[in-house]
Write a protein that binds this ligand. Structure first.
Ligand code: ZN
Ligand code: FE
Length: 257
């Protein structure tokens, strides 16, 4: 049995994902950025879309739930902590829960910070995680609701996943993220190589998503709070991990690259 994944662009810079269990055919949409596009993708794949799994409440992630549910009766799994903002939920979930897709199972991880109740879905057996706006290739989501401590703890949970875990993030922000990353970590050889790859891919109109945990640990400044070189450049040699993360986040928020 295997996890089948279809990734496609939605809206300006979102990605939509359809996932399916190869054994049972059970199919879920990870978030609902553009419902018409998602329904069409399921139709053209011949997949029967019966579930929606939300990562967080933002409109470009849960705003299409009602349209898809009205079209096919899909059942909605979403973070219990954001139920008041998401609306109809069939299966509210919380960190530590397990969610089934046919013969496959995903673990619900707490990656709150971008929004308070943000969750990720980790398929350990498939080595894949759907992380919404918590972590991006060479970046991470803005802190709209949580504290730097909370966000860094969530990113630490992702960083602790097996290094080969494939990370499906919800936006194509990588080119801009690379420019910022190079501004704070200019001598990181892994980052320099990664940024060059990103330029080549985007010049051909190709996605930079998915990425892997190993690649992000090597190059993403939001996961490198314990790197001595980055700490030295920020003047934070003795700071707490969350403070290093918080400083990188603050610099990105003010970055005009
Ligand atoms: Zn968001
Ligand atoms: Fe988003």
């Amino acid at each position: 049995m295997a996890l089948k994944i279809r990734q496609f662009p939605c809206l300006e810079d979102n990605y939509g994902f359809l996932i399916a269990c190869s054994e049972t055919g059970a199919c879920a949409a990870i978030d609902t950025p553009e419902p018409a596009r998602i329904l069409e993708e399921a139709r053209s794949a011949g997949w029967r879309l019966t579930e929606i799994w939300n990562t967080h409440h933002h409109w470009d992630h849960a705003g299409g739930n009602d349209t898809i549910r009205a079209a096919n009766g899909a059942r909605i799994t979403a973070p219990q902590a954001e139920a008041d903002k998401i609306g109809h939920i069939d299966t509210p979930v919380k960190p530590g829960d397990r969610v089934r897709l046919g013969a496959l199972e995903a673990q619900v991880l707490d990656v709150g910070g971008h929004t308070l109740g943000h969750i990720a879905y980790w398929f350990e057996s498939a080595g894949a995680a759907f992380v919404g706006d918590a972590l991006f290739a060479l970046g991470c989501g803005r802190l709209f609701e949580g504290t730097p401590q909370q966000a860094q703890a969530g990113l630490a949970r992702l960083r602790d996943l097996p290094a080969g875990t494939i990370i499906y993030c919800a936006h194509e922000y990588t080119q801009a993220n690379a420019r910022f990353a190079l501004s704070v970590d200019p001598e990181n050889a892994a980052l320099i190589d990664y940024a060059a790859d990103v330029e080549r891919l985007r010049a051909r109109g190709e996605p930079t998503v998915p990425t892997t945990i190993a690649r992000e640990i090597a190059a993403n400044p939001f996961l490198r709070w314990d790197d001595a070189g980055l700490r030295a450049r920020l003047g934070l040699e003795t700071a707490q991990d969350w403070q290093v993360y918080g400083e990188v986040r603050a610099r990105k928020d003010g970055f005009r690259g």
